[in-house]
Design a protein around this ligand. Structure first.
Ligand code: ATP
Ligand code: MG
Length: 494
């Protein structure tokens, strides 16, 4: 048993405590370890819980009713049945590990179990992630992780050079954790990152993706990207973004392409936008360096087609990182249409409808969000907020389901068949008369009711039916006007 260095009472959820307790009751050691201890110490809600123990995978598996064990690292997933909170559902229990060499810079050549906690702490990435805690509150902190937590510093356990050359993914983990926690990376650790960044090329796209997503979803992705550039990481994982450094834009922009993109992404994080929106913000102008041409006529730079080229580049980048197909489609569509024409003085509803059809109803508001970020990212928004609100109102206007006889549970053909009336104006009158009734009381929109009423209406004298029909049509138009003005009011536009 490790010597207690300190004791502390921390809030450990009962579901997690039970797992550790079960192991202890069987005579094993059990320590909470890694991100969960780090987060507990700084008052953050852990994303997941890890326990390390001197029990073997077989002994762990035998200690719990519901477990899974499908990897070569000894990690046993202990399932807490019937627990709602997804962060508590599965507790990862891993034996103390001792790692062999890392010839491929990705994966240890061999993993063996150890009986000493110390061995396990040594193989962990950063000091703040190498603090162990027992249920009784005993803390084992061999690498002064708590001091680094206080200093808000990320520092490798052991010699930084060696640790990054073993596993280059740790490079991205350092940046990711720094961005999530608002920490800085220790200078020696930074130097080692710069020296080893090229090894990121050897890391599988999906492992990169997971850390990359978390940098993008952190509160400060723009700072993360600047750090990635400074440490030579960007060149390895996102060289397309680096291309924008120093690429001046046209007169409408005060920033180069890179800075504009960073500011656009910064705003997407500030607004807490979705991953798709943030990625579209990041990639929206990625096609600019490749499409930049000098126009003698305009005496300025142009970027024709950067939206199309950018969409292709975004797809390539996301494919490289093994993003799911659906997400690639969404992001590339947003990039493709981010230049949509939005001068509401000149635009028609049908142009807006075309854009809605192109990006789809489910993503149209993401496109509006991308535009908002793009606008803020220029530093001096050229679009007036009124115009933007007006555009948003037009989007809502074209997206509503219009009131029409098409919403009735009966159609002209059915009325003709039912009443043996020849096609003609009478059918239209009947439909509008029915629409009025349904607008009055939506519960009437049933086949049964409408068929019965259609028969009665058709048998009225033509003049009378015409009157009722016209009244129905007027009512529909009034209702339409009312809905539209409500939408405009909601967006504060006329
Ligand atoms: P979070 O749970 O917020 O993602 P975390 O630090 O817990 O952060 P996990 O991926 O859950 O990250 O990993 C749990 C622990 O495993 C880490 O805290 C660290 O101690 C160790 N670890 C994870 N990945 C590595 C790695 N590549 N090299 C060394 N140790 C690692
Ligand atoms: Mg974790």
């Amino acid at each position: 048993m490790e010597k207690a260095e300190n004791t502390l009472k921390l809030e450990i959820p009962t579901e997690i405590a039970k797992v550790a307790e079960t192991l202890e009751n069987k005579g094993f050691e059990a320590y909470l370890i890694g991100g969960c201890v780090r987060d507990l110490l700084i008052g953050r809600k852990p994303k997941d819980w890890d326990i390390t123990t001197n029990a073997t995978p077989e002994q762990i598996t035998a200690s719990f009713p519901n477990t899974f064990y499908e990897n070569e690292y000894g990690t046993v997933g202990v399932v807490n049945d019937g627990v709602e909170d997804t962060t508590l559902k599965v507790v990862e229990v891993t034996p103390y590990r001792l790692e062999g060499g890392y010839t491929d810079k990705r994966r240890p050549d061999s993993v063996t179990w150890s009986s000493k906690l110390e061995d396990d702490l040594k193989r962990r990435d950063f000091t703040i992630n190498a603090i162990a805690l027992t249920l009784a509150g005993t803390i084992v902190d061999r690498f002064d992780g708590r001091i680094d937590l206080k200093k808000k510093t990320i520092r490798t356990v052991g010699e930084p050079e060696a640790r990054f050359s073993e596993d280059a993914l740790r490079i991205l983990r350092a940046v990711r954790i720094a961005m999530e926690l608002d920490f800085t990376i220790d200078p020696a650790t930074q130097s080692a990152i710069a020296l080893n960044a090229r090894h990121l090329k050897e890391i599988a796209g999906e492992r990169i993706r997971e850390e990359f997503i978390r940098i993008v979803m952190s509160p400060r992705p723009h700072i993360g990207l600047i750090l990635c550039n400074k440490l030579g990481i960007l060149k390895q994982v996102l060289p397309e973004l680096e291309e924008g450094i120093g690429v001046a834009q046209n007169k409408a922009h005060s920033f180069d392409v890179f800075e504009h993109i960073l500011r656009t992404v910064e705003h997407s994080a500030k607004k807490d936008f979705t991953l798709e929106t943030r990625l579209a913000a990041l990639f929206h102008d990625i096609g600019k360096p490749a499409t930049r041409r000098w126009s003698e006529e305009k005496k300025d730079w142009t970027f024709y087609g950067h939206d199309m080229v950018g969409a292709k580049m975004a797809a390539k980048i996301m494919t490289r990182m093994a993003f799911p197909k659906k997400m690639i489609e969404t992001v590339t569509t947003l990039v493709r249409w981010h230049m949509f024409f939005s001068d509401t003085e000149q635009i028609t509803h049908s142009a807006v409808r075309r854009i809605v059809n192109r990006v789809g109803k489910e993503h149209i508001w993401h496109l509006m969000d991308v535009r908002t970020c793009d606008r803020i990212g220029t530093g001096r928004p050229k679009e007036s907020p009124y115009r933007l609100r007006k555009y948003h109102s037009m989007v809502d206007e074209v997206m509503r389901d219009p009131l029409s006889v098409g919403m009735l549970k009966i159609n002209g053909g059915r009325i003709i068949e039912l009443t043996q009336t020849p096609p003609g104006p009478k059918i239209g009158y009947t439909l509008h008369a029915l629409l009025e009734e349904v607008l009055d009381d939506p519960a009437r929109n049933t086949e049964e009711y409408l068929e019965k009423r259609a028969k009665e209406l058709v048998s009225l004298p033509e003049k009378e039916l015409e009157q009722i029909g016209k009244k129905g049509k007027e009512m529909k138009e009034k209702e339409e006007e009312k809905t539209l003005s409500e939408i405009r009011k909601k967006h504060w536009v006329k």
